[in-house]
Design a protein around this ligand. Sequence first.
Ligand SMILES: *Cc1c(COP(=O)(O)O)cnc(C)c1O
Length: 218
Amino acid sequence: MNIYNEILEELSLYNAKLVLVSKTKPVDQILNFYDLGQRDFGENRVQEMAAKHEELPKDILWHQIGHLQKNKVKYIAPFVHLIHSVDSLDLLKEINKRAKSNNRTIDVLLQIKIALEDTKFGLSQEDCIFLLNNKELNTLQNIRICGLMGMATFTDDEDEIIREFKSLKDFHSKLKSEYFSDNDYFKELSMGMSSDYKLALREGATMVRIGSLIMGSR
Ligand SMILES: *Cc1c(COP(=O)(O)O)cnc(C)c1O
């Protein structure tokens, strides 16, 4: 548990939040961290998150961090705290629809592609701006876009990782001033995992998503 406290201390210097990534980990291990006061947990599979939500205390804040298919939104819509991985208008519309039928607002982040790797998921900056210019967005009253999420290239090249985090931070600032200047909830920047969270904090992350470093390898 020492590393957990160390990381929390580090995060507090930056005013950043820990999303403890508990995917593949059993509920009793999650409860150990819950008992230490941890409330934010991240999962990447809808069914796994829904099952854990059923079993665990209801004041846990569940973060969907992995790719989300439209047809699975309904399973997490009643309780999910923040969806980090929104990468299309269609998905936003589905989240809005399910939020509405659950009589709630769902907070989301837009996932932006920053890595060199040819990943399938995430919006290019261009596509993100295209999405934000879509008039239909204004009709989605049951979602709030609270910021951006990104994953850096998996590499030992720290300069490359720093470049990618900087580009995401710059893009966040640009969107804040051009699209969200009059709203106070567009402020989150979810970046950094076990291998690169220190770099992410220095570049302005408000949330880091750490799994294996704290909960052990998967
Ligand atoms: C698994 C996962 C993490 C955590 O990865 P670790 O290397 O275990 O810290 C963070 N973000 C996303 C999107 C993930 O899928």
